[in-house]
Ligand binder design. Sequence first.
Ligand code: ZN
Ligand code: MN
Length: 141
Amino acid sequence: MNIRTQIEERVRAVGLKLTPQRYAILDFLVRSREHPTADKISLALNRRFPRASRATIYNTLNALRDAGLVHEVYLDDAVARFDANLDRHHHFVCRVCDKLEDVPFEEVGELPARKLERGHRVENYEIVMRGVCAACQRREK
Ligand code: ZN
Ligand code: MN
């Protein structure tokens, strides 16, 4: 399935209208595996659509997030990074180059604790693994 069809189907499934701004952001995020911040998305899209203001892009991102079409990922700096990968997955972050990568859910597997000792029921979790990515390890040698 090509990206346009994929985006059209996702947006239709949640009952949103596919505006040009929504399309541009989703298209950018689906192609990017880099988990960009709103500022980075804004910079990249402004090169292509000079009339898309920062505020428009921020509002559009919030609308897409509220509709469940993009996810936010937070690291220690508490700046939201956006992700159009809606499959359940974890993340790996490299402490040398700061790259944030997807880790398929199957690579980790289910955690044993579905219920915590204090009685809390776990409904969802995602793991952020930290370390040195393969490319940075090669550079270290
Ligand atoms: Zn790295
Ligand atoms: Mn991700």
